[in-house]
Design a protein around this ligand. Structure first.
Ligand code: NDP
Length: 446
């Protein structure tokens, strides 16, 4: 009998925790996973999955508008929020069940309840204590709202998935992925939508051309963008809320939603009983092997605050478990991580932006094309898509690939393989296009 109940104790059954638990169990480790909420974490319950379902719902309004030009005469369509919300919730419940089955089938034990560290090898869940050789903190993040008067009147994305009813008007504060995506969702569902962002232009870190093009397209679709603006306070009114704006003036809406970033979820974890350290933003500090300052405790995913994306957490989990329980030698690379913003239209991006490339390379060549997508010709819409390649002029390698337009995530996923493999612009040019598609622009850029 060993002194440990488990070889690996995972706190948090989100994307990273579940994958780590399953892989560790696959390698023969005795594994437990503690979770006090629904299985699947942010991504499944209040993130990627329900968000994407809402994006699909919102896109129908644009499709219906286009349909007339294609000969359809849709009756005045109605939209029922409760149907969407509840169908979404049922789908999430189904996915929770799949996560449970995957964990159980892997041999990992699920412990329901909030876990607290007692010492570097001991975790309490409820009134029971468990000892483990290795522990993993994969507790993710939670929304952060700035401390302004009246912030209790605002919701964050967690609540947006469960609204009792849609407001007539919404104000979304923030300029990151969540703000931009939800602005598209609410606008598409017929809510008058304002987006308030403190900087010049939202989506800091994305390519400037793409950011500007998205701002133009969102404005065309009726979203009111307030840049270089912020909210000083929010007060209730007879039929909603009123925000006082920093630059003067008020904004009235039935709902205020903050999407101003997320913070590591470490509260009440009992870290004070260990040597685990937090950085200035409250994220758990780790070394290149995901090990915290406490040798028996590891951390990955949003709680380490590196790249807050589900596929990144999953890869981190694969690397950690391979090194802890498998053959070893796995290394995590954070280069060329592709990502999509499910705005409307959407953004897909991999590699360096033009600005990043110019900082690192003396000779940068830019290829870009802005065009009206074919679907809009009969549809009558005035939207434009944008494709952009950032190329190192010295060796012809494609450093970055950026797109604004329908299916950008689907398209960029494939090009991410090429960029990761070190494809050159000549390789792109030698590739025959698929006609007629938007993606073929990437292999015909002059
Ligand atoms: P982000 O970190 O992407 O954006 C936060 C936004 O809030 C920024 O525009 C930031 O401004 C602004 N902000 C921060 N603090 C304040 C403040 N005190 N007052 C006013 N504005 C503020 O966070 P999100 O909440 O949008 O998303 C969290 C993470 O989740 C993302 O970083 C992403 O990694 C992930 N995610 C990924 C998605 C995808 O892959 N499609 C979808 C949704 C989320 P500034 O830029 O000036 O700092």
């Amino acid at each position: 009998m060993t002194a440990f109940d488990y070889d690996f104790f995972v706190i948090g059954a989100g994307s990273g925790g579940v994958r780590a638990a399953r892989r560790a169990a696959h390698h023969g480790a005795r594994v437990a996973v503690a979770e006090d909420k629904a299985l699947g974490g942010t991504c499944v319950n209040v993130g990627c999955v329900p968000k994407k379902l809402f994006v699909y719902a919102a896109e129908f309004s644009h499709a219906l508008a286009d349909a007339r030009g294609y000969g359809w005469t849709p009756e005045q369509p109605g939209f029922n929020w409760a149907t969407l919300r509840d169908n979404k919730t049922n789908e999430i419940i189904r996915l929770n069940g799949i996560y449970e089955k995957l964990l159980k089938d892997s041999g990992a034990e699920i412990l329901t309840g909030r876990a607290r560290l007692i010492d570097p090898h001991t975790v309490a869940v409820g009134d029971r204590h468990y000892r483990a050789r290795h522990l993993l903190i994969a507790t993710g993040g939670r929304p952060f709202l700035p401390d302004i008067p009246g912030r209790e009147h605002a919701i964050c994305s967690d609540q947006a998935f469960y609204l009792p009813r849609l407001p007539e008007t919404i104000v979304i504060v923030g300029g990151g992925y969540i703000a931009v995506e939800f602005a598209g969702i609410f606008n598409g569902l017929g809510v008058k939508t304002h987006l308030v962002y403190r900087g010049d232009l939202f989506l800091r870190g994305f390519d400037q051309d793409v950011r500007e093009a998205l701002a133009t397209e969102m404005s065309k679709r009726g979203i009111q963008l307030h840049f270089n603006e912020d909210i000083e306070r929010i007060d209730p009114t007879a039929d909603g809320f009123r925000a006082r704006l920093k630059r003067g003036g008020d904004l009235d809406a039935g709902l205020f939603m903050y999407a101003t970033g997320r913070r590591a979820n470490t509260e009440g974890l009992g870290l004070e009983h260990t040597k685990v350290r937090l950085d200035a933003r409250g994220a758990i500090e780790i070394d290149a092997d995901f090990r915290t300052a406490e040798p028996s405790i590891y951390a990955l995913g949003d709680v380490i605050g590196r790249v807050e994306l589900t596929p990144v957490a999953i890869r981190e989990a694969m690397v950690l478990t391979e090194n802890l329980f498998g053959a070893g030698g796995a290394v995590m690379s954070y280069d060329n991580i592709p990502s999509a913003v499910f705005s409307q239209p959407s953004i897909g991006s991999v590699g360096l932006t033009e600005a990043q490339a110019r900082e690192r390379h003396a000779n940068v060549r830019i290829f870009k094309s802005s065009f009206r997508p074919m679907k809009a010709t009969l549809g009558g819409g005035d939207e434009r898509a944008l494709m952009k390649l950032v190329v190192n002029g010295d060796d012809d390698r494609v450093l970055g690939c950026h797109m604004l337009g329908d299916h950008a995530g689907e398209i960029i996923q494939g090009f991410a393989v090429a960029v990761r493999m070190g494809a050159t612009k000549a390789d792109f040019d030698r590739t025959i296009g698929i006609h007629p598609t938007a993606a073929e622009e990437f292999v015909t850029l002059k």
